[in-house]
Structure formats: structure tokens, C-alpha cells
Ligand binder design. Structure first.
Ligand code: ARG
Length: 576
């Protein structure tokens, strides 16, 4: 609101499109955290960025701009020097604009209160994430994909997009031939029902080892997979059982993580369509036969890194990428998305690069609006019992460690469901550790660091939230819808309000590069500000009107915090 009003004075009317929004706003420097001014406009910076003409008398330009700003009731205490203009924003407006929405609703749903956002164009975003492989070992990458994809979906939704959340299971391919053949030898239905992921994984490991020296098993695997591709009922029903059991298990984990999907899709859905894709490529003259007899698409005109991409094996079966081409075309037809986002580790960057090029070459111009969000590796993810095999182990360990820490801490409150709280706080620790840096960076998993109550951690976010909730609970009676804004003109309050003011913009910026670090750092900063506010702005013992105004400030901060945490995929706890 404030920045857009000021941008207007600079002659930059905000256009109602997403692309023009941030550039227009960036004309106005962010709030400066200092006593003397909220904004500092430097004429030379404005000249360099092309906002003001670079010719002409700098003094005249300064005065002219100062006069224009003075006419706006949003500006207060304006002082113009040579080439710089300092000013504050109208304190009363600042307090009202920021805290009014929180008076009306207990918990403003997603932070975007500004009228501006209601006029932005929006569309349908399909986010594909998690996408584990049935029966193969879970790796840290799947956890990352799950939480990052969930964040992106939440974020897009908070900005008003219609979001489709999709899980694309790795449920097809030669590994099912191996698994099917292996299950005949090493499998056991009882074990499969008791502990499906564990058992399938054991079978998978065993059969892979066996296949190294046993030609018969390899042949059996090929046979089994061919039977699958030809829809032979016995093979299909065993495969179906593997799939269903695994999905059930995963759903249980997703529930713990607070993640859900609108659609469970999978590679298996697109096996027939993948054959059609091959035919289309053929008829469009895009398919070539390699020396080895495989079907390839030549991508060199598109400037691809590895110039050919195999889409058909010599035995006529399709590959991972062929199914991805088919899946993308199918999704576009079914869901009419405006953009599609894939979340996987960076090792698949080339795969998606090739995928988008094949789609474009086939004439699907919407492939331009498909995006891959790559992320780096996690090193050293271990639990007390050793290397992590299943996602569930990580969640259990996070909960156990948190429960232990809570029992050691003097500030821990009495609660009915300590396990549940430990689970939520443990998961927020995992998420914040993962989201703090750029997604593309690798990082080292560190239980002790991520669970610190005082550092920049998920535990700190939760602790701050719980403390605010408890303050609000204890003073339920004192809360009033009407309060005097002038009681919040002290520097600590103003600093918090200025910070809250940036929330919409932080969300908006995050949506540009899809990086959670902006929001994480914004919330951590907010928590530090709140910690000083607890010291400097006591509610207890203050005069009633002062207490009321402060409570209003704390409530506003609490809403934004809770809201931001939810977008990150964290469930805020009320007590800890
Ligand atoms: N199942 C794949 C894996 O675990 C990830 C799938 C990513 N999505 C896609 N459309 N290819 O490596």
C-alpha cells in the first residue's frame, strides 16, 4: 500500500499484471530501519534505474519530487536535501492499515489484504511434487520434493491461483519386472501386508543382487515387465497390489507432514499414450533410429547439451522421458493449466530440459510455461540407528528428539498431547533447515543445529508463536476491537509494523523465483523483533488502553507469523 502510493508519485502507475508489479514497486526503496526516516529516496539511484530522467538539474528534480510527495496524506515529516529525500509514512495510517484486518478476523487466512492483489491476473497452476518410486528406496530427495512442492502449492494458492497438487508415482518401468520376478522367489504376502515398504524394499534389494550374476532372473524380469506392458492379468494384479499398498503407506506419511494431493498419477497411466507419442514423433519426422536400433529425437537445433534423446528402446518399450512427454500432454488436455511446475533434485535438470524441448518441437507452445524447480542434495541424513532408509524413520527421530528436548526445557508447558506437539515442532525444524538457503545448494543434515530453541530454526518460530498465543489467551478479556493507534508510535512498534508491511511483497517475490528462503528469513526476522517487543512493550502492568493497543500489535504479528508458517507447510502449535 505505502510503497505503491509512493511509486505512483514517482509516475509509476502500477499496472495490473504480475510482471509489472514488482518492477513498479522496486522504484521505491524498502523501508529503512532507523529512527529518522522510513524511506530514503536517492535521486541518483532513481536516475540510474531510469525512473527519473538522467538529464536536468538534480536540485530541481529533488524539490519537484518532494512537492509531489507532500501532496499525499501517506507521507509525513518530509525533508529534502541535495539529491535525497527522507520521509516517514503517516504513523496513524501505518498502524491502521496494518492492524485493521486483524481486528476483523481472528486469523487472516492468507496474508494478502491489499486491494492490489485482488486485481492481479491469476490462473491454474499444476504443481507436481514428491513423486516417489514404488518399492525403491526412499531418499532424502523425496522428502525435499515433498516439502518444497507443498510450499510452492501453498504459496501459489495464497496468491489466489487455482492450484492442482499432483503426485506422479514412479510406478512403471523395468524395476517392476525385477520386483515382480523377485517377489515370486523371495516375496511373502504376509510380510507384504504387515510392512509393505520394508518388504518390497527387501525383495528389491535381494533380486537386484541376484540379477548381478543370475541370467535367469534377468530373463524372468524382462518377461514379467513384458507381461505388464501387455496387460496380462496375473502380472497386473500383483503390480496393482504393490502400488495400492505403497500408496496407503505414503498417505500415512503425507498426513504426518500435513501434505496432501489432489491427484495421484503415475508413470503407469501413460504407457499406452507413450506409444502414441512415439508414433506422433514418427509422423512429424522427429524420430530417428540410432545405430543400436533405439528411437531417438535429435535435439541439437534447440541447442541441447546432449544432442539426442532416446525415447524408444530397441525392444519397442518406452522410457521415463517418453512417459513424461505423454503425461504432460495429457495433463494439459485434462486440467488446462496455465503453468506447470515440477519439483525434483537437480540431477534431473537435463531430463526436464529435454522434455520441454521435445514438447516444443512437437508444437506444444505451452511447454514454455512449464518449469523445473531443482534442488540440491542433503548430506548425512542419519538416524540414531544408522542410515535412513524410509521417510518414516526421519519423522520418528525428529519427534523423539523434540520430545526429549521439551522434557529437558524449563519453559515447557503442561500439555495433553506432548507427542503431537513434538511431532509438529520436529517437522517444522526439518522444514526450516531445508528452506533457509537457496534450494539449489546442497546442505548437511544436522539434528542438533536444526533443533536449537534459540537459533534461526523452526523450533524458534514455533516457540515464538506459542508464546504469542499464550499472551493473547491470558489477556482475552482485555482485547478490544477499538484501540488508539497513537499508542503504537514508539520505535519498537513501528519497526514491527514496517516489517509486517513487507509481508505481501515477500510472498510476491517468493512467487517470482519460487524460493522459500525469502519467507523463512522474513519470519525469523519477525520472531527476533517480537522477542524484543516482549521485553520492551509489556502488556501486563500497563494501563488498559496501552495494554489493548499492544495486544492488537501482538495479535497482528501472531497472525502474520501463523500465516507465513502455514505457507511454508508448518502447522503452528499453540502451546509448547
Ligand atoms: N519418480 C521420479 C524419481 O524419483 C521423480 C518423478 C519426477 N517427475 C516427473 N514428471 N518426471 O526420480
Amino acid at each position: 500500500f505505502f510503497r505503491s502510493r509512493i511509486a505512483e508519485k514517482l509516475g509509476r502507475t502500477l499496472q495490473q499484471s504480475e510482471d509489472a508489479f514488482i518492477p513498479a514497486l522496486s522504484a521505491v526503496p524498502v523501508f529503512k530501519k532507523q529512527q529518522t526516516a522510513d524511506f530514503k529516496l536517492s535521486i541518483s539511484t532513481l536516475r540510474i534505474s531510469g525512473i527519473l530522467p538522467s538529464s536536468g538539474d538534480i536540485q530541481l528534480q529533488t524539490e519537484d519530487l518532494a512537492t509531489r510527495l507532500k501532496q499525499d496524506s501517506v507521507v509525513e515529516d518530509i525533508s529534502a536535501g541535495c539529491g535525497v529525500i527522507n520521509f516517514k509514512v503517516n504513523r496513524k495510517l501505518l498502524v491502521q492499515k496494518m492492524l485493521e484486518p486483524f481486528g476483523k478476523e481472528e486469523d487472516v487466512k492468507f496474508g494478502l489484504t491489499s486491494e492490489l492483489f485482488n486485481t492481479l491476473k491469476r490462473g491454474t497452476t499444476l504443481v507436481e511434487y514428491s513423486s516417489p518410486n514404488i518399492a525403491k528406496k526412499f531418499h532424502a530427495g523425496h522428502l525435499r520434493s515433498t516439502i518444497i512442492g507443498n510450499f510452492i502449492a501453498n504459496l501459489k494458492q495464497s496468491l489466489g491461483n487455482n492450484v492442482i497438487r499432483m503426485n506422479y508415482l514412479g510406478d512403471w518401468g523395468m524395476q517392476f519386472g525385477l520386483l515382480g520376478a523377485g517377489f515370486g522367489q523371495f516375496g511373502c504376502q504376509d510380510k507384504l501386508k504387515q510392512n509393505p515398504l520394508q518388504h518390497l524394499f527387501e525383495v528389491y534389494v535381494q533380486v537386484n543382487k541376484e540379477a548381478e550374476h543370475n541370467e535367469d532372473i534377468k530373463q524372468a524380469a524382462r518377461d514379467f515387465f513384458r507381461q505388464l506392458e501387455q496387460h496380462e492379468s496375473e502380472a497386473v494384479s500383483l503390480w496393482q497390489q504393490f502400488r495400492e499398498i505403497t500408496v496407503d503407506e505414503y498417505q500415512h506419511i503425507y498426513k504426518r507432514l500435513g501434505v496432501h494431493f489432489d491427484i495421484y498419477s503415475g508413470e503407469s497411466f501413460h504407457q499406452d499414450q507413450a506409444q502414441e507419442v512415439v508414433q506422433q514423433l514418427q509422423s512429424q519426422g522427429l524420430l530417428k533410429t540410432s545405430e543400436k536400433g533405439t528411437g531417438v529425437v535429435d535435439l541439437s537445433p534447440a541447442g541441447d547439451m546432449s544432442s539426442v534423446c532416446t525415447v524408444l528402446r530397441s525392444d519397442g518399450t518406452t522410457l521415463y522421458i517418453t512417459r513424461d512427454v505423454a503425461a504432460a500432454i495429457d495433463r494439459k488436455a485434462k486440467y488446462h493449466f496455465d503453468e506447470m511446475i515440477y519439483v525434483t533434485d537437480k540431477s534431473q535438470a537435463n531430463h526436464f530440459h529435454q522434455l520441454f524441448h521435445i514438447l516444443l518441437a512437437m508444437g506444444h507452445s505451452w511447454a514454455d510455461r512449464c518449469k523445473h524447480v531443482p534442488f540440491g542434495l542433503v548430506r548425512g541424513m542419519k538416524t540414531r540407528s544408522g542410515e535412513v532408509v524410509f521417510l518414516e524413520d526421519v519423522l520418528d527421530e525428529a519427534r523423539a528428539r523434540m520430545l526429549h528436548n521439551m522434557s529437558q526445557s524449563k519453559t515447557t508447558k503442561e500439555m495433553d498431547n506432548a507427542e503431537d506437539t513434538a511431532e509438529k515442532v520436529g517437522i517444522s525444524a526439518l522444514i526450516v533447515q531445508d528452506f533457509k538457503g537457496p534450494l539449489l545448494s546442497d546442505y548437511t543434515f544436522d539434528w542438533d543445529r536444526m533443533l536449537q530453541a534459540q537459533g534461526d530454526t523452526g523450533v524458534f518460530l514455533q516457540y515464538t508463536h506459542a508464546r504469542l498465543r499464550s499472551l493473547i489467551r491470558r489477556n482475552e478479556g482485555a482485547k478490544a476491537a477499538i484501540f488508539d493507534p497513537s499508542l503504537l508510535f514508539d520505535q519498537t512498534s513501528i519497526t514491527i509494523l514496517q516489517h509486517l508491511l513487507r509481508y505481501d511483497e515477500v510472498l510476491y517475490q517468493s512467487a517470482q523465483d519460487l524460493q522459500p528462503k525469502h519467507l523463512v528469513n522474513f519470519l525469523l526476522k519477525l520472531c527476533h523483533l517480537i522477542a524484543s517487543a516482549h521485553r520492551e512493550l509489556p502488556v501486563k502492568g500497563s494501563k488498559q488502553d496501552v495494554a489493548q493497543a499492544r495486544l492488537q500489535l501482538f495479535s497482528g504479528a501472531c497472525s502474520v507469523l501463523a500465516n507465513g508458517m502455514r505457507i511454508l507447510g508448518i502447522t503452528p502449535v499453540d502451546k509448547m
